[in-house]
Design a protein around this ligand. Sequence first.
Ligand code: UT7
Length: 322
Amino acid sequence: MIYSRIAGTGRYLPEKVLTNFDLEKIVDTNDEWIRTRTGVERRHQCAPDETTSDMCVEAAKKAIESAGVSVKDIDMVIIGTTSPDLIFPNIATLVQHRLGIPACPALATEAACTGFVYALTTADKFVKTGEAKCVLVVGAECITKLVDWTDRNTCVLFGDGAGAVIVEPSEEPGILGTHLGADGKHKELLYYPVGASKDLYKAGTEEVGITMVGKDVFKVAVSKLGDVAIEALEAAGVDRGELDWLVPHQANLRIIQATAKRLGLPMDKVIVTVQDHGNTSAASVPLALDTAVRDGRIERGHLVLMEAFGGGFTWGSILMRF
Ligand code: UT7
């Protein structure tokens, strides 16, 4: 039996940091509201000419280095994002070429904040079937360029960044189980109103921005993130007490706390980066993973549960022995 495992991780965050106090100068908000309602204190923002593929390339270089592989070893690229550079070619092809990775399958998974979990799940299947031997998986988002900066309900929440992993075959279990879900009936609660075949001419105008019914999204997020975590543990026959770390999607500290409570996990077993990154959508889980790997909290052999939830709605979890 071939297993797949994460061989290395990396991240990139844009240089510019926007604090809650900076946002007070842009919209009618205040640090206290943002911190107490969301847990966010600061977030990174891409420069005007910086793109999602720029961030992917930098995060990927770190992951390649930490995995000890060469770009020539990589035989598949999968990128989870909702803010690609171009409508086509897909962003994974841009990243493959820019990194000097030999020609190989390169695809993007668009599942909003669950994009990385969808991408890593796909990589897991290719490695387990023997069709890929070294997959670069990235979750990246330049989501501040999709935000309506006059809408205080949304603009205070989001940030930019990229997190990457290298996935390889292993004789020992790494990824133990993956669970994905989606239900399009919730589309109206969270969406971006412009696309390639709809109202593209409005892109970049003040009429357009991420549209969200926050309170309703909150309720479904808490429920689904709890469900998909429990589903992962039950399917693997793992007791909650055996988990070393939960690496949840970083949308709101209150959602993270509610999920931990439902799992009976103390918060010191939960990786929280929302205070520093805001909600980076598909980048949120790999950014949190790399942060905790590099600061020494997540160690080889630890049992880690990653999970995400996003527009669609989409959701997913990945249980792994790191
Ligand atoms: O990543 C994918 C999924 N996304 C999420 O999971 C997000 C889920 N939703 C949330 O995290 C929360 O619902 C929000 C953080 C978006 C909002 O928190 P809330 O506690 O649900 O607040 P609310 O939207 O009900 O607004 C409460 C009040 C309102 O004022 P009134 O009507 O009570 O007078 C808002 O106008 O807070 C006001 N408000 C603000 N005040 C200061 C909303 N945004 C702001 C703001 N600054 N930025």
